[in-house]
Ligand binder design. Structure first.
Ligand code: TXA
Ligand code: MG
Length: 317
């Protein structure tokens, strides 16, 4: 990416504007995290309720102390192991950090993203960039620059081109501000990987659902009805469909060929599956299917983030 474009992005951030920022998980809608007016623009552009906190992106672990009032040793260990990368840490915020960023809470979400374009902008900007996923509220996160333009159009002042996001679903969110480390949103960094680094048990919580926007009942949803069906029930369920065409996402071979049924065969490995998931749903959503059926994915730790996003999209039914 040419240095002039990075500089242009930094200039826009400094003048309170919004940019589309590629990260390794999904594209973010970025603003200067120290500028309340710029932060407010994010909520308006996304049509997101002000109670839903944003993640602040940093260039390196050294900046964490500028935002968090205390930095537990677990945070440092995890940063060493996973940053830059798809892990967001929730820590107690410093008093001067705007409550607009944190949805009125006393904690802040922080992450160093691994995408070279995001890192180049962050290094030049030298401060935090608040960036939720660059979709309208309750829609699928964008994983290409084009998808950001589709979602937000002229509401974003510049979209940086960063190719297709490597990971493809949002970061794992780990709350280190409580007595026990707790995963608030599963992702491709798993509970077992976190436990191995901090040598402590990690719990998994959905209980404080309203505090985390990704925990809303309907989230990550395409427009087309989405349903996840167990492998065993799949043939019967497909037979029962009277409204065609439908799309069926599977990690196996198509069961049969029939008019009005489009089979999409995805990888049976979690990383390539996550990488393709939102791109596939976004494409299928444009094609006028009456329903998108996803064959159930494994219920293992490695698939938990994927399973979570599919079931939230499916909750729309
Ligand atoms: O991978 C990602 O995390 C992407 C990229 C752009 O970094 N960002 C992202 O942002 O997914 P967003 O706003 O779509 O989701 C951030 C999640 C929300 O569910 C929000 O509620 C939660 O992080 N969050 C942020 N700060 C929090 C806090 N202080 N306490 C609890 N949850 C928090
Ligand atoms: Mg989001």
């Amino acid at each position: 990416m040419p240095q002039e474009i990075i500089q242009q992005a930094v200039d826009l951030l400094q003048s309170g504007k919004l940019i589309g920022l590629p990260t390794e998980t999904v594209y973010g809608l970025g603003a200067d995290a120290r500028n309340p007016e710029a932060i407010a623009k994010i909520f308006l552009a996304k049509e997101r309720p002000f109670t839903h906190p944003l993640i602040v992106h940093l260039a390196s672990f050294d900046q964490v102390k500028d935002w968090a009032i205390s930095v537990p040793p677990e945070a440092e260990k995890l940063a060493q192991a996973f940053w830059p990368g798809p892990l967001t840490l929730i820590l107690k915020k410093r008093p001067e950090v705007s409550e607009l960023l944190t949805g009125g809470q006393d904690t802040i979400g922080l992450r160093v993203p691994a995408h070279p374009v995001a890192l180049a902008v962050l290094q030049e900007f030298k401060s935090g960039i608040a960036a939720p996923s660059a979709n309208r509220f309750s829609r699928i996160s964008p994983t290409t620059a084009n998808a950001v333009r589709e979602e937000l159009g002229s509401k974003v002042d510049l979209v940086l081109e960063g190719g297709t996001c490597d990971i493809g679903i949002e970061s794992t969110i780990l709350d280190l501000s409580r007595a026990q480390p707790t995963i608030l949103r599963p992702g491709m960094i798993t509970r077992a990987e976190v436990e191995q680094i901090i040598q402590k048990p990690v719990s998994y919580s959905r209980e404080d659902a309203p505090r985390v926007s990704g925990m809303d009942h309907v989230h990550y949803a395409p427009e087309t009805s989405l349903v996840m069906i167990a492998t065993h029930d799949l043939p019967k369920f497909i037979e029962q469909q009277t409204e065609l065409p439908i799309a069926v996402i599977t990690t196996h071979k198509p069961l049969f060929q029939r008019e009005g049924i489009e089979w999409i065969v995805m990888s049976g490995e979690p990383h390539p599956f996550a990488h393709e998931l939102y791109i596939t749903l976004r494409e299928l959503d444009k094609q006028g299917f009456k329903k998108i059926i996803i064959e159930e994915v494994p219920q293992t730790d490695a698939w938990l983030g994927i399973c979570d996003r599919i079931s939230r999209g499916a909750a729309k039914l």
